[in-house]
Design a protein around this ligand. Sequence first.
Ligand code: CUA
Length: 312
Amino acid sequence: MAKSQETFTSALTPEGPVAESISHLMWVMIGAFGAVFVVVMLLLVISLIAKRRSKYPTPPLGDVWFISIGGILIPGLILTFVLIYTLLTTSNIQIPETTSLTVKLTGHMWWWHVEYPDSGVTLANEIYVPVGEAVKIELRSADVIHSLWVPSLGGKTDLIPGHVNYHWFKADRPGVHRGQCAEFCGLQHAKMALNVIALEKEEFQKWLQSKQKAVSIPDDPRLLLGYQTFMRVGCAECHAIKGTDAIADVGPDLTHIGSRLSLGAGTIPNSKGSLAGWILNPQEIKPGNKMPRTYLEPDQLHALVSYLMTLD
Ligand code: CUA
């Protein structure tokens, strides 16, 4: 479903009101300061040419009026205009009083824990949102300072240990918005991405309901072997799968891993092959992350990967 959707990655193509306000401000600033740059460079060229032609050392434009108007009045007016525009933009992008959905987001080195407190759904590295509705994001950090940045939907807000910050956005149309941690947080800061997936309202409601169903222990013998492997070889000591005895929260929640767009917070695409490679040697793929190597027999690995991929 989401895999074939349009992807938005750039602050230059805003896809929601917050990003739009910020992008307007950016273009106004680039326009104003670009014009100032061009005028100053022209004056510089004019004065250099005039000075060469003149026998006298006096600069041709050096009178008091010129300095007062060009050096004080005009810059003062331009800076005041930009200040007012910035303040207006800041008040425009305040969190609205009423938001239709709250999502809790906790930053970890180097992945994102995502919770829907009203429905009990937990995800990792993906936030599903309904199109056209204001979504409030509660930001926390489990370790160091991270920063949430989804360029096509809005600006950056830090996730600070011991403090709750708030962020919000509204997506104009369906699509996948790529986000990135925007505060250096250690070795794999660059590989701390997330996807915000905007769905039409009805589709989002269906999605939310489908995610609330409990996972059951599989009947199929191969999948059952995968489940048993998961519980025995150490996976369950760090990860949770809702509906099973795996309830740890050291690593990402795996209840819906099969439907994720990527693994390792945007590091590799989500497929059986890359999941198998990740389980065997995650340090090769994302050095420094907390997951150790897992030593498995081929049939165990095959069964484990097949089982995890059924969890969507
Ligand atoms: Cu988290 Cu950079």
